[in-house]
Design a protein around this ligand. Structure first.
Ligand code: TRP
Length: 334
């Protein structure tokens, strides 16, 4: 049976954190065993709101790819590639633009929220406004069956399904594939150290590359049960963020249950719970951090991985572009 095609991507705007690991990297490591996998470093999309800081985006490519490799994304199984080097993508987007209205794009809730957050006072750059169409090209170019993404990406997936249907109907050929989104299990979502969604821009993230001192400082900031004034007061583990981390990362489930029980009874201090969190997180990150340093230091190795992945991506995307042009009847031969 033909392997399913998986495509996903990240904007390179900095190093990846534990939230990325739990929400998506972990899944990718499992999926790469049974899917034809493409992992896109979406530099062109990152530039739509970082066009004035190209170096940040460029340097982040190394950061992100080092993170991928350090957690176990295997370049023999996953094609890691650079979006801006696949020229069939903007070409596909050019044809898709005919199938969407500006009005429809204006209703995209994720883009709306992002515009608000970025405070585009002089108006929204056209590149940014249109990035969802480019994302449709990213997904369809690879004929992706499955696209694991965060919930905020739902409007892009909707748009993709919409354009696929329109294209195939209009040009009377089933060229494009309707992708299925896979969203992370929100039950297992990992909050940032301030209790909000973990995010680089909110400054509440523990990075896969963090040194122990950074982990200690961040864990210390985690909120405990505010109703608990001393270690002998009974507390509610649900209200202490440290326990959310133990639930995700502590391999000794029984120990965590006992610790919670002691918290409820008031026989363990918040300091002790946090020490356990520091220990567990550092044990988890330590081997990743070490591998990551080795990868990050060897740029030529990273470049060779990206080169191979990008060449494979280019060839697959060009094939789709040819089929798209043929379906439209513009595969000129002269
Ligand atoms: N928009 C995605 C994000 O911000 C990144 C991305 C770009 C992507 N192209 C994609 C994700 C295609 C999945 C498929 O995280």
């Amino acid at each position: 049976m033909k392997k399913k095609v998986l495509l996903t991507g990240d904007r390179p705007t900095g190093a990846l954190h534990l939230g990325h690991y739990i929400g998506s990297l972990k899944n990718r490591i499992e999926f790469q065993e049974r899917c034809e996998t493409y992992i896109m470093v979406a530099d062109a999309q990152a530039l739509t709101d970082n066009y004035d800081d190209v170096n940040k985006v460029k340097n982040s490519i190394y950061e992100v790819v080092s993170d991928y490799l350090a957690v176990g994304i295997d370049p023999e199984k996953s094609n890691i590639f650079i979006q801006s080097c696949v020229q069939a993508l903007p070409e596909l987007a050019m044809f898709y633009m005919n199938l969407v209205t500006i009005q429809h794009l204006g209703h995209n809730p994720t883009v709306k929220a992002e515009c608000k957050m970025r405070g585009f006072n002089e108006g929204v750059p056209a590149g940014f406004y249109l990035y969802p169409i480019y994302q449709v090209a990213d997904i369809t170019a690879f004929k992706a069956d499955i696209v694991p993404v965060g919930l905020d990406q739902a409007p892009m997936l909707e748009l993709t399904r919409d354009i696929v249907r329109k294209f195939n109907t209009l040009y009377k050929k089933e060229v494009l594939v309707t992708p299925e989104a896979i969203y992370p299990d929100l039950k297992g979502a990992l909050p940032g150290v301030d209790g909000q969604k973990m995010s680089k821009s909110l400054g509440n993230a523990i990075f896969l590359s963090d040194e122990k001192e950074a982990i200690v400082a961040k864990v210390k900031k985690m909120k405990s049960d505010p109703g608990r004034l001393s270690a002998t007061d009974p507390g509610d583990p649900e209200k202490a963020l440290a326990f959310s981390y133990l639930e995700v990362f502590d391999p000794e489930k029984q120990f965590v249950e006992e610790l919670k029980e002691r918290y409820r009874k008031g026989t363990v201090s918040d300091k002790e719970v946090k020490e356990r969190v520091i220990d567990v997180i550092d044990t988890f990150i330590e081997p990743i951090r070490t591998r990551r340093k080795q990868f990050y230091a060897d740029r030529s190795h990273i470049l060779s991985i990206i080169k191979k992945g990008t060449e494979r991506a280019q060839s697959k995307a060009s094939e789709t572009l040819n089929e798209v042009r043929a379906a439209m009847g513009i595969n000129y031969t002269f």
